[in-house]
Design a binder for this molecule. Structure first.
Ligand SMILES: O=C(O)C(=O)Cc1ccccc1
Length: 289
């Protein structure tokens, strides 16, 4: 994969889910390195919604958001932004291995812990460890994993779940490593840019993400969509239905597949779908990580 990015004079800004030490921070640094940016301006936000907003409004050139986890599946807040709320485009992907640590205040004992804090994904990915080693403790959902490390620094009765870098940053101890429920815990992060942002990566294999909105509710719509894609010999990599938030039972489909919008097969399939659906929103077409 090559970078096509040419920067202006200022350090390019990356909106990410902060504070420093989150997995999104790690992904933002990896994207910056791939783009050849040595001095990224990392701007922290407290939710993926805010990251999208800052990119849509042009406050930051790039944004980094979690999209899919190997254990927990798609990050619905991100898919809903892509499909419904944001006009940002996906510029690239980064896959990170996620290894969670259990954090305590230095000197604190596991027996004194009354609450386990982390990002919802961190808690979900370590359910078995929490059930076995910290049964009966209340869960506290923090805005990010690094936020749980900050909480641990203030309270000896809280255990946090975050990475070792966050432990280091906030001066707390790592008492257990690799506490995720399954080996192979990975998360896909998307690099996003404002609508119409020029591509920043080029490669040989591409992926395309689309949000598909139905017109009237009639039998066989999903079947029709899948058939059009199958006719064009397109290999699907993700299919999700999500509520449109308009009315109970009103759904759209978020679909990803191999191939770029420059490919004839993809253009043919998307044109056929445009004739049959209310809206075909292309969220991004980018080289595979
Ligand atoms: O909270 C973080 O560190 C994030 O970046 C979100 C997240 C949480 C758990 C696994 C992957 C990403």
């Amino acid at each position: 994969m090559q970078t096509l990015y040419t920067r202006g004079s200022a350090a390019p800004s990356f909106a990410y889910l902060g504070p420093a030490g989150t997995y999104t921070d790690e992904a933002a640094r990896a994207f910056a390195a791939r783009l050849g940016i040595e001095d990224p301006d990392l701007v922290e936000f407290s939710s993926f919604d805010e990251v999208f907003d800052s990119v849509d409004r042009g406050r930051c050139e790039f944004g980094v958001v979690g999209k899919e986890n190997a254990l927990e599946g798609p990050v619905t807040a991100t898919l809903d932004n892509f499909a419904l709320k944001s006009s940002a485009t996906i510029l690239g992907e980064e896959v990170l291995d996620i290894h969670h640590c259990l954090l305590l205040q230095p000197g604190a004992k596991i027996e004194d812990v009354t609450r386990v804090a982390s990002h919802a994904q961190g808690l979900a990915q370590c359910r078995r460890f929490i059930t076995e080693r910290l049964p009966g403790r209340a869960s506290v959902v923090t805005a990010s994993t690094a936020d749980s490390a900050r909480l641990v620094a203030e309270d000896p009765t809280v255990a946090g779940i975050a990475n070792a870098f966050a432990a280091d940053l906030y001066g707390v101890s790592v008492v257990a490593r690799d506490i995720e429920d399954h080996f192979g815990n990975q998360t896909v992060f998307s690099l996003i840019g404002r609508q119409g942002h020029a591509p920043v990566f080029s490669g040989t294999r591409y992926k395309t993400s689309v949000a598909l909105f139905m017109g009237e509710d009639r039998p066989g719509t999903l079947n029709m969509i899948l058939t059009e894609l199958a006719y064009a010999n397109i290999n699907l990599t993700l299919v999700q239905s999500r509520p449109t938030k308009q009315a109970l039972g009103d759904y759209m489909f978020f679909i990803e597949f191999e191939g770029g919008v420059g490919d004839l097969a993809v253009q043919t399939a998307l044109n056929c779908l445009r004739l049959k659906l209310r809206e075909v929103k292309v969220v991004g077409s980018y080289p595979v990580a």
